[in-house]
Design a protein around this ligand. Sequence first.
Ligand code: UD1
Ligand code: CA
Length: 470
Amino acid sequence: MEKISLGVLVMAAGKGSRMKSELPKVLHNILDKPMLGYLLKTLTEIQAFQDLRAEVAVLVGHGGEQVSEYLKSFPCLTVLRQEEQLGTGHAVQTTRAWWEKFDALLVLNGDLPLLRASTIQSLLSLFQKSHASRCACAILSFIAKNPDGYGRVIRSESASSENIHIVEHKDASPEVREVREVNAGCYLFDVRSLSSVIGKLKNDNAQKEYYLPDVLTLMNAEGMKISALLADENEMRGVNTQSELASVTSAARDAILFDWMEKGVSMLDPNMVWVGSDVKLARGVSLAPLVQIWGNSVVGEDCEIGPNCVLRNARLGARVKLVANVIVEDSDIEDDAKAGPFAYIREKSLLKPKAFAGKFVELKKTTVGAGSKVPHLSYMGDAVLGEDVNIGAGSITCNYDGKQKHPTKIGDRSFVGSDTMMVAPVNLGPDSMTAAGSVITEDVPSGALGIGRARQKNRADWVYRKKANE
Ligand code: UD1
Ligand code: CA
């Protein structure tokens, strides 16, 4: 295959007025990630791009500060600006100085989150094949169930070849509106051909905009060759309104879940499960209804995630069981550990193998050692629990003095009596115990019992005497 230098321009400068939102359109979330992120991730998966050392630029304009901020997490991108958004044709005109150095230019609408790498790859192959026969432009089209709003692809046979041009919905006659083949917003151009016509665009149309699709009409007039590749509608749906965003979100979710089910993940009801696109699940994982797994979460083999659990940047080893209503954020749970129902595990907490955080338990920045248990109604913050520790019900680390957070250390095999308040900073040595109801303000040496409570007194017959007096 002929090696060409390739520029990729993602157009993301438009306002997205039809979203009726202050947030720039491309930053609207699909599941847990801005829609622009999906397209950019797809671009990194295209093998041909790596072979061609393709350069990617994102054009920002409306809400440019916010979009640029988001783009900082993609180090290899060039950010270009379109100060005034006068249409997609204008977007390509504005960036001419950047793309003129390439042989070919791929232009993509920024609102194509479901587009797959293999489809771009096919467009590239078609272009490279027909490039030898002087193809000036190859576009993706699809047959729309409801073509409203899209540019219609008009194919007209001439004696020698097929002519393809695009008529925008707002400029289309009733007959043209009957056409259901539409422009997807993905164009691959021969740069020299594009350069020769891009300056000639006019904005004498219904929207008073410079339309990129009009380039095709100009190319036709010069006798240049254009190809259109039919793609799948589900993949090519653009997002222009909140309801399109919702339906694309649900399609994205279905695709992600289908993929995981193919790899051996089970779900009682996939209509009631949400998994983000960067999550990794292992074989044998089971997901109950109302489970949400977001961010860079990783769930190991045979984990059971019970109803109503929410995981965000959580890493679970193998065979972890989250009973129900467990929230895990930025924390790790190792093999065979168990949590819930109703546990909140957050801010770099760690449950080591076979550890347990039970009912109404909150862990913050806390390590629970192997085999250790925090079974009921406890708060452990900034604490390190060794192995085989048992924390009695209702025990709390008093880690905050109103200004600063302080650490608590609980040694291996310690037994903390129910309702112990551990006033941090404090250390409980290995094999130590605390008496139930203690307020522990001083370290407990290893093997010692710490008691910090008033001694009980019984007043004999006190109740009977009181009743007799009434
Ligand atoms: C566009 C196409 C239409 C196609 C449809 C597919 C045009 C004129 N029409 O219509 O044929 O069927 O996409 O979804 O291109 N943008 C800029 N700068 C601008 C204007 C737009 O960067 O000045 C960006 C937008 O942020 C967006 C993309 O270009 O990501 C497409 O713009 P949009 O307004 O969504 O175009 P459509 O009307 O959907
Ligand atoms: Ca659009």
